[in-house]
Design a protein around this ligand. Sequence first.
Ligand SMILES: [Zn+2]
Length: 450
Amino acid sequence: MNALKHVDSHMSDLISDLQTLIRQPSVSAKNEGIEECATLVKKLLKKSGIKSEILKLKKGVAPIVFGEIESKQNPTKTLMFYNHYDVQPAEPLDLWDDPPFSGTKKGNKIFGRGATDDKGELITRIKAVEAYLKTTDDVPCNIKFVIEGEEETGSAHIEDYLKKYKKRFSSDGVIWEFGYVDAKNRPIIGLGMKGLLFVELSVTESIRDAHSSLAVLIKNPAWRLIDAVKTLRDSDGNILIKDWYKEVTSFSKKDLEIISKEPFDENVFKKEFGIKSFEGNKRGMDAKKALVGGATCNIAGFVSGYAGDGAKTVLPGSALVKIDFRLIPKMEPKKQVMRLKKHLKSKGFSDVKVKVFHGEAAARTNSSNPFVSQVKDAADNSFGKSILNVSNAGTGPMYPFVDILKAPCISIGSTYMFSRIHSPNEFARVDLLKKTTKCMCLIMQNFGKY
Ligand SMILES: [Zn+2]
């Protein structure tokens, strides 16, 4: 196919455009270079033959770069590429071997903040579309680009954008902003992400800390909070809040087949973390099922009293615990918060205050959706081998896409597992950028055909 040959012969273009992108800092956390980077992305799209527009929701919100091409041969199907042009802060700067926004190339690696996450991923999508435009003057299906600027700070407005531009963004399939490649160079095709509910529970007993001799009279809020938290789950990790799992459905036969094929070396994993056994003594298939579809109630932090050096006999006035619940499909964050509050009340803990920080539902594309086999076929062709994954164990803003656009969403890309994203010396691998660009070409072709 000519488009694939075009990718092979234009890698130096891809690399220099990626370097240009890296050299434009775009740190959303500090609102540094955001508008400038959006303008630069628009310019790069134009250079590749893709017309685009900068969409703004309101003042103070990072713009979205929206690109669009209508296919002449198949204007009935639309594939969306969702990416982001913002990056994490580069700090700590002294741990970088080269300046973080230099885009230095050394052998097979291009270094810089955003080299992989997500500027490297973005450039593969742009160059795949360019390869078709330059060789056929057309694309195999309609293409839309939605490139946001707030992903690294939590995509606070992506849902509002999707709602406001629902019609313009409407698509039949979405390729997610990243996709991992494992240590054996196999891309992991992710069909979903878990949701997240982050809460803080707190108890205040007295207006100040007291001498601990007074523990005979003054109740200790840390004990109170421990008692409350202990009612949330059993010692195997099962959540005991009434109706917590009510809407959850079990894995399909196809899901189970995919899970059983997914490589997971328990012993290597345990060694990596220096642990002897898993939660609830899970093994084999149960451990794998938990990774893709297990809900959690995790204590992220517990703060009360004195935890410094040596001894201090203090009776704390208050205690707080931060808890993150990973949510699985059909768990609705708002409903789960209500269930949590009801649970605490019913167990006699009305004095425990609940503060909600963040709620995001899980998203999962049905493994039998034809889009899955189209992507898998493209990945196998381009990388040699690929791995299907029913759901990432982590969380991302995939739900609003699936819910508002009603489109299947799949993550596939060039993010080498150890490419130090979010850390000093982040890099992109040129070989993976090339394979991913070709993979994107093949996805467009497969998607347009069926
Ligand atoms: Zn990131």
